[in-house]
Design a protein around this ligand. Structure first.
Ligand code: NI
Length: 261
């Protein structure tokens, strides 16, 4: 699985929220879980205006300014599952916020843990109802996948997700037309789903992370969850703050999100 992305925003110390920023043409190859596609797009995004804080920032006592401090967005896909509870404990130990891209049918089966994750300050994003490759579905089927997931998440936490991540990172124009919300990809793939080895997942993460990275993990794998204490400790020692995807983008993620590094 390989993903390359070009995204750029003003990188000077003077870059602030409220200034226009442009995500330049991003040409990327994804080969997520055996599915490859070539995507070329241009997105312009405008930073959040002063005071336009996301619900996540509003729930935060101390909003993080990722223009000034090193931020990383840890993202966990495919849950909730039986290891999610342990993960919440690891994250809490480091006061780390993360983003969970949850599968609707898993949420329906275990809404309590999603509620606890949300109440702990983590962001909940949608990852469809049953994790199909959306590029193989009709527009109506794609919309149904989003809608059913939204309903399950809303039943669990009271609000629908503001972000979605298509399974396998696979999307096309039909998929994009079915939601106005940002499609959140990643800039670092830990390959945890393939490695299934805590030490290797840790090494891959620590070698790849940059300020602004959006890192892909899966909390369905015990080896990934077991890697987190070392990952969190090492990145904390390097000065990273662990933020949600929405926090990383000042509450206004661009239409397509690949990370800021
Ligand atoms: Ni997935």
């Amino acid at each position: 699985m390989n993903i390359g992305a070009l995204s750029r925003r003003p990188a000077t110390a003077g870059a602030r929220r409220g200034t226009a920023r442009t995500i330049v043409t991003a040409v990327l190859m994804t080969a997520a879980c055996g599915i490859g596609q070539l995507v070329a797009t241009t997105t312009t995004a405008r930073a959040a205006t002063a005071g336009a804080l996301s619900a996540y920032q509003e729930r935060s006592h101390k909003p993080v300014d990722c223009d000034r401090v090193k931020c990383v967005a840890l993202t966990f896909d495919d849950g909730p599952g039986k290891h999610t509870d342990a993960l919440l404990g690891h994250l809490a130990a480091y006061r780390a916020r993360a983003t969970f891209f949850v599968v609707g049918q898993n949420v329906a089966a275990n809404p309590d843990i999603v509620r606890r994750a949300y109440e702990a300050g983590h962001e909940i994003g949608g990852h469809t109802w049953s994790h199909p490759n959306l590029t193989k579905l009709s527009a109506a089927e794609v919309r149904s996948q989003f809608d059913r997931a939204d309903q399950a998440i809303k039943a669990a936490i009271g609000v629908a997700p503001k972000l979605v991540r298509p399974p396998y990172g696979a999307f096309n124009e039909t998929v994009r037309m079915q939601t106005e919300r940002p499609l959140v990809m990643w800039s670092v793939d830990t390959l945890d789903w393939r490695l299934r080895d805590s030490a290797k997942v840790t090494d891959k993460t620590l070698k790849s992370v940059r300020p602004g990275s959006v890192i892909l993990f899966h909390d369905t794998h015990p080896t990934t969850v077991a890697a987190m204490p070392r990952v969190l400790k090492a990145l904390s020692e390097r000065g990273y703050r662990f933020v949600t995807v929405s926090q990383l983008y000042g509450g206004k993620p661009p239409r397509l999100v690949y990370g800021r590094d």
